[in-house]
Design a protein around this ligand. Structure first.
Ligand SMILES: Nc1ncnc2c1ncn2[C@@H]1O[C@H](COP(=O)(O)OP(=O)(O)OP(=O)(O)O)[C@@H](O)[C@H]1O
Length: 289
């Protein structure tokens, strides 16, 4: 991974999201590079879902800015994020259960020959794409409802490749899977990374994060509690960030209620009101050293 020498594919700067008076995200800043897996960890209500929905165009931002390949972007709808090469694989996978694997892979992007769908080409292409996957499917002609959870994940991931996305957001891809299938799906996530994609992996499972992520971003009460290179961190450090956040950053300059607390000032105010360290820059410094 070359995070300090290449420009980020995706960059969030001071991103915030208010729902009424509840601040679900506050001053979220991070970079995401091609060929890396950034895991996003955090307790319930930390802001993970809100963040991925903001990155995938479901929510607009209240504050801050997003840049994709160095360009400022503003997403009014999910199609805007898709057009910028961002694909999100949600837990429900959004597959059509009654249709076969190939049809799901090319949903909305069917090959055509004249007025007709070119099924033969779709099957051929589907087989080609899935051929290198560690999760094997019985056939590209089986309907989705006959597949296991891991096989369905594989189809959803393959669909990302078909769409040509280079920024892939995965929401708890192993949440419903057993141990073996989880291992295989995590291998697919690493394969995406090795193919040069930038991957955001939302997870509650620290062990899986350790197996898969290059960097870890911990969220706490809507803020970034810290970003660490996995190789430079410890499970203890990450758990502490998940549970307690970073007391230096958790001040409340404007009194808006923090997510998860419903009241102002989730963490003690800094007496000097000063600016705490920037976890992203800290990480970049560590990465550069
Ligand atoms: N549509 C909404 N309207 C109001 N508040 C919301 C909305 N969506 C999220 N929130 C609040 O924003 C905060 C962050 O929620 P979010 O769902 O992003 O957290 P999360 O880290 O994904 O949690 P979980 O792991 O439980 O899914 C929570 O306090 C939540 O109640």
């Amino acid at each position: 991974m070359t995070e300090t020498t290449t420009a980020p594919l995706l960059s969030a700067q001071g991103v915030g999201k208010l729902f009424g008076h509840v601040r679900a995200l506050r001053d979220v800043s991070f970079d995401l590079h091609a060929g890396e897996v950034l895991a996003v960890l955090g307790d319930n209500g930390a802001g993970k879902s809100t963040l991925i929905k903001a990155l995938s165009g479901v929510y607009d931002l209240t504050e801050g800015r997003l840049r994709v390949r160095g360009e400022d972007v503003s997403f009014g709808k999910p199609a805007d994020a898709t057009a910028r090469g961002i694909a999100t694989v949600y837990q429900d996978l959004a597959l059509v259960d009654t249709r076969d694997v190939a049809a799901n892979l090319f949903l909305g992007r069917e090959f055509r020959r004249g007025p007709f769908v070119d099924r033969r080409r779709m099957y051929r292409e589907a087989e080609r794409i899935l051929d290198g996957f560690t999760i094997k499917l019985p056939s590209v002609r089986v309907p989705i409802y006959l597949l296991s959870g891991g096989q369905r994940q594989a189809v959803a991931i393959a669909r990302v490749l078909v769409g040509g996305a280079d920024i892939v957001i995965m929401d708890e891809p192993t949440a419903a899977l057993g141990v073996q299938e989880s291992e295989r799906v995590l291998r697919l996530v690493r394969d995406l990374r090795d193919a040069g994609k930038a991957v955001i992996l939302i997870s509650h499972n620290l062990q899986q994060v350790w197996q898969t992520a290059d960097r870890i971003m911990v969220m706490h009460l809507g803020r970034v509690a810290g970003i660490r290179r996995r190789a430079d961190s410890t499970v203890e450090e990450i758990v502490k960030l998940i549970v307690y956040g970073d007391p230096d950053t958790e001040r409340d300059p404007d009194g808006a209620p923090d997510a998860g607390t419903g009241e102002a000032g989730a963490a003690p105010d800094r007496p000097d009101g000063g600016t705490a360290h920037d976890p992203v820059k800290d990480t970049d410094r560590r990465a550069a050293s």
